[in-house]
Design a protein around this ligand. Structure first.
Ligand code: PLP
Length: 385
């Protein structure tokens, strides 16, 4: 077997083990407080886990429908109508996916072909680019500047060419913790209106928005909604990232193409979990209370590090907080990120890995979806640096 020639022809020659895995392993090896990876270290609501047990015991152990369990699609549709005043029909506009990751990969695979350009806004979550490249597409990057991470819509517009097939946005935004405002979404809508460009809107942190701000879903905007595939994640919303269940919504024409790929990619998603989620979602407080829940954690973290050398802009959404370490050291972020793990026993994610050409903006990303005692220990370490 000539492995070398196979590897030389790799479809993703530049992809290495993700920074999350590298940092996570280093954190475990050094027994560090881990604020690097984006998942909670506390348990999900026992009501939700017992609903899964019930579904298992009630025999929902065979394939779910390809599009997802109807009862779950129906309640998602109601949720979106009540939050964003747009109704997606559960029959042909809602699909349950293997987390948002599958929704994103499937959407890109369904629509992006050889030579198609896709606008990616950096810093960007790491699953967009490989999916574009695997499908022969060309990522076109728009790098935002720290610490504001604001999109300049004039610059954005200049990135559009007659080859642009898709634009990917992420609001609330991982890693910067910024959100797109109504004004931003209206700008985007006006720019895309005369085009045939698809919008892939990654809204996995839709229910984690702070200080009374609103999550401005693409579903809210009458022209955007007709061109958007909106992706969401129950993992993020219900503290169960390990379940990998999410969904996406789109107009029927886009959804039917999406499902052509979905059905041969995964066919369907974990059935008992879908049954449980359908039941759990009936109580809207289960997701509406998330803003407050995480805002308390963000505030505790920010209050705790007030006397530290870090500079920051409070996160507007997501469960991430960026900290600017320039007053501490001039080292590049990957170096200080690793040094903090080994010497100070605290792990975070260096932001250069999300930037174009690994640009170093002296920013580290800390995840505050952690137990109180974990946050207390983290704050203590950060204040001593
Ligand atoms: C911005 C963003 N999109 C998508 C995902 C993937 O979500 P899921 O775990 O539901 O696949 C994540 C997970 O960290 C994320 O941060």
């Amino acid at each position: 077997m000539d492995y070398k020639s196979l590897i030389d022809a790799s479809k993703l020659p530049d992809v290495k083990t993700t920074i999350f895995t590298t940092i996570g392993n280093l954190a475990r090896k050094n027994n560090a407080i881990d604020l690097s990876q984006g998942f909670p270290n506390f348990e999900a609501d026992p009501k939700l886990t017992s609903l899964v047990s019930q579904a298992l015991n009630n025999g929902h152990n065979q394939y779910a429908p390809m599009q997802g369990y109807y009862g779950l699609r129906e309640i998602i549709s109601h949720k979106i109508t009540s939050l964003h005043q747009h109704t997606y029909h559960p029959e042909n506009e809602v699909t349950i996916t293997v987390g948002a990751t599958e929704a994103i990969f499937t959407a890109i695979t369904a629509f992006v072909g050889k030579g198609d350009e896709v606008i990616v806004i950096n810093p960007a979550y790491d699953c967009y680019e490989p999916a574009i490249v695997l499908n022969g597409g060309v990522p076109v990057y728009l790098q935002l500047d720290a610490p504001e991470y604001k999109i300049d819509w004039t610059t954005f517009k200049k990135k559009i060419t007659d080859k642009t097939k898709m634009v990917i946005i992420n609001t609330p935004h991982n890693p910067s913790g910024t959100i797109l405002t109504k004004w931003d979404m209206e700008k985007l809508e006006a720019i895309l209106k005369p085009t045939n460009i698809i919008l892939l809107s990654d809204e996995v942190y839709e229910h984690i928005v702070f200080d009374g701000r609103e999550h401005e879903s693409a579903s809210r905007f009458s022209d955007l909604v007709n061109r958007s595939i909106v992706c969401a994640s129950f993992g993020k919303t219900f503290h169960v990232t390990g379940w990998k269940v999410g969904y996406c919504v789109a107009p029927p024409e886009l959804m039917s193409e999406f499902r052509k790929v979905h059905q041969f990619n995964v066919f369907c998603v974990d059935h008992p979990v879908q049954r449980a989620l359908a039941c759990y979602l009936k109580n809207a407080s289960h997701y509406l209370e998330l803003n407050d829940f995480y805002q308390k954690k963000r505030d505790f973290f920010l209050d705790g590090i007030k006397s530290s050398k870090f500079k920051c802009k409070p996160s507007q959404g997501t469960y991430f907080q960026l900290l600017d370490y320039i007053n501490l050291t001039k080292e590049v972020d990957e170096v200080i990120g690793k040094r903090l793990i080994i010497e100070n026993k605290i792990a975070s994610i260096p932001i250069s890995s999300f930037n174009v050409d690994h640009r170093n903006d002296h920013m580290l990303r800390f995840c505050f979806a952690k137990k109180q005692e974990t946050l207390e220990k983290a704050v203590e370490i950060l204040c001593k640096l």
